[in-house]
Design a protein around this ligand. Structure first.
Ligand code: SAH
Ligand code: TMP
Ligand code: ZN
Length: 409
């Protein structure tokens, strides 16, 4: 039996998605035969409460010079990170010349706000292509993987940090012990860590199982994050739910006793208890909900095909790889997936091999139905696609349940 990556207790899977390709592994037809897959199973650790993948591809296979995810593709996310920066600035940077470090800084979507305010900063981003976009914007960036060793070097060369930030990356990292050890070394005695990731409570409540893919090693909760940082003499001092990525949690963490703890932390722990996040049965129910969601989505798509309707996917998200492969969605059910990211266009979706086409092909000839793979950006997308609905187009969603939305909703 595999062992928990955090506390080493043995864990059994509660769901098995079968052999899965990489969520961001968009590919060309000449690469189909050699396509990589890994056994995607998820388990819950009774010992420390951590929900995690039981096996994962090696990190260089996922994060490299052709990394397909550029944070800046969403205008809404740019605004979200601007507000995040404002919160850090106003609430946590009281030192004379503060130093802000971000892990997984990608194209600089968050740090650009600190750079603009003249605040000393450092991004840590191993995927060289996305890091280059940040560097070109004048954002100080090292193109390496963060860990305890790099933390020591940063302290030696630039001193300790007032704030350590991370968004949608902590949950990507199987070697979290090295990360938290690094944070402990890097952070000033009164420094703060603020990080956010998709929240386990939302995934369970919304059956948003597409949050599970190769890069998402963990689905965090206040209980499991509190346990992890507690091992290093750190504690959660605040939690702030976010609507981004289908429901995320921002955790604020400090060295134990360094800062007051908000009552929100205990409130959220109680909510998690009420949701049953500490009970194995909850995860069995989640699996059954996933199976039912799959059944309903396939019934809908095969029905539309039988009626001769055109269905196109909207947003070639990494999450959609889990949906298409777990449900068995093939190009005869979904004609193509529209995506604005140049590096994905002209390629095919991982595993299901649905063509990814430029946005113009969606806008130029609207389909009857658009399967909203980028459902986490629904507000932004429905707002800008009013013409689709006005022309009779309908949206298919599957979170929190499979449904057809009237395009004008
Ligand atoms: N923070 C951005 C990007 C998230 S994608 C946002 O929220 O939009 C995750 C990023 O983390 C990728 O760019 C990946 O290259 C980077 N990453 C993965 N492992 C890392 C590590 N050990 N240290 C620093 N960055 C890492
Ligand atoms: P994400 O869900 O991981 O943020 O990825 C969103 C994907 O959807 C990314 O490939 C860009 C794409 N996208 C569009 O094609 N159109 C849009 O309007 C938005 C917001 C995203
Ligand atoms: Zn554990």
């Amino acid at each position: 039996m595999p062992n928990c990556l955090i506390c080493a207790d043995p864990i059994a899977p509660f769901i098995d998605f079968g052999p899965m390709p990489l969520g961001n592994g968009f590919l060309r037809p000449d690469q189909f035969a050699e396509e990589y897959r890994f056994p995607m199973q998820v388990g819950f650790c009774n010992g420390c409460g951590m929900v995690q993948l039981l096996a994962q591809p090696e990190r260089e296979r996922m994060f490299h010079e052709n990394y397909a995810f550029f944070s800046g593709t969403s205008r809404y996310m740019a605004l979200h990170f601007q507000r995040f920066a404002e919160q850090v600035n106003a609430g946590y940077l009281s030192a004379a010349e503060p130093f802000v470090v971000e892990m997984g800084s990608n194209d600089g979507i968050l740090l650009q706000n600190f750079a603009a305010a003249g605040i000393r900063h450092l991004g840590i981003e191993p995927s060289k292509n996305v890091a280059q976009v940040a560097i070109d914007k004048g954002i100080a960036t090292v193109t390496e993987f963060f860990g305890a060793e790099l933390a020591r070097r940063i302290v030696a060369e630039r001193g300790q940090a007032d704030a350590f930030l991370a968004a949608n990356v902590m949950c990507h990292i199987p070697y979290l012990h090295s990360i938290v050890e690094g944070i402990k070394i890097l952070l000033k005695p009164a420094g703060v860590v603020l990080f956010e990731d998709p929240y386990l409570g939302d995934v369970i409540e919304k059956t948003s199982y597409d949050q599970i893919y190769d890069e998402h090693t963990f689905l965090f909760s206040v209980a499991s994050v509190g346990h992890l940082f507690g091992r290093y003499g750190m504690e959660i001092i605040d939690v702030q739910p976010q609507t981004t990525h289908g429901g995320s949690m921002r955790y604020v963490i400090a060295h134990c006793g360094a800062r007051p703890v908000s009552p929100r932390v205990q409130d959220q722990r109680e909510k998690e208890h009420a949701l049953g996040l500490h009970r194995p049965e909850t995860y069995d129910r989640f699996r059954r909900n996933c199976e039912e969601s799959r059944r309903q989505l396939m019934t809908l798509l095969t029905g539309l095909k039988a009626q001769g309707k055109r269905v196109v996917g909207y947003g070639a998200t990494s999450k959609s790889t889990t949906i298409t492969n777990y449900c068995g969605i093939t190009p005869d059910l979904v004609e193509f997936i529209s995506d604005t990211t140049p590096i994905k266009q002209g390629k095919f979706s991982p595993g299901a091999h649905i063509p990814v086409r430029p946005y113009d092909e969606f806008a130029g000839r609207h389909p009857d139905y658009a399967l909203l793979f980028a459902w986490n950006h629904a507000a932004e997308i429905l707002e800008k696609e009013k013409a689709f609905g006005a022309g009779g187009g309908k949206w298919i969603v599957y979170v929190p349940r499979v449904a057809v939305l009237d395009g004008e909703e």
